[in-house]
Design a protein around this ligand. Sequence first.
Ligand code: PRP
Ligand code: URA
Length: 212
Amino acid sequence: MPEELHVHLIDHPLIQHKLTLMREKETGTKDFRELLEEIAMLMTYEITRDFPLKDKAIETPVAKCTGKVLAGKKVGVVPILRAGLGMMNGVVRMIPAARVGHIGLYRDPETLKPVEYYCKLPSDVAERTLIVTDPMLATGGSSAAALELLKQKGAKSITLMCLVAAPEGIRVVNKEHPDVPIYVAAIDDHLNDKGYIVPGLGDAGDRIFGTL
Ligand code: PRP
Ligand code: URA
């Protein structure tokens, strides 16, 4: 029986359309960046679907009534540098009160292992619902390392938001962090011998920041 991947695929038509534009090699930095932010906004809408609400008594210009406001834990967004920064604004535009932490990791081109170079987090990560952003889940090494680091710092509630994932990366995160839900906009076919997602969209960081 084929092995089951535990992942939420958010394949809304708007997301699929925007992702196809991003994948095209002719798409330039400005459009790539804007599309990634828009997709992150749309994904945030889905990821937060189950956030708890509580009643709030309010008064409109017409009458008193009971409205609903978010009741759950406060939110933190943690982009994995660099490319995760491209999704951060989309989340923050939907959840403006979110605090932002940063984890700097790059993938060694020879070993494909993540190397940590920066970590700055809100002091109360243990009390926050964290959304970790990284457009690419390839071998899974970078995401798994970031999740491990957050847990070492006390994080208890974490969701991973990626744009494109390879089955290999989903498998690694499922195995090392079975408690962390993964949301993706696409599950691609495989990794090539350089650890790039196929068909993927190339190097996300380089396309966001124009460093190709
Ligand atoms: C990319 C991407 C992920 C990582 C994915 O970052 O943004 O963080 O690779 O690969 P993995 O799942 O095999 O670890 P990269 O190392 O290119 O750094 P950058 O974002 O600074 O460009
Ligand atoms: N990192 C990227 O930016 N793209 C890939 O395809 C794999 C890792």
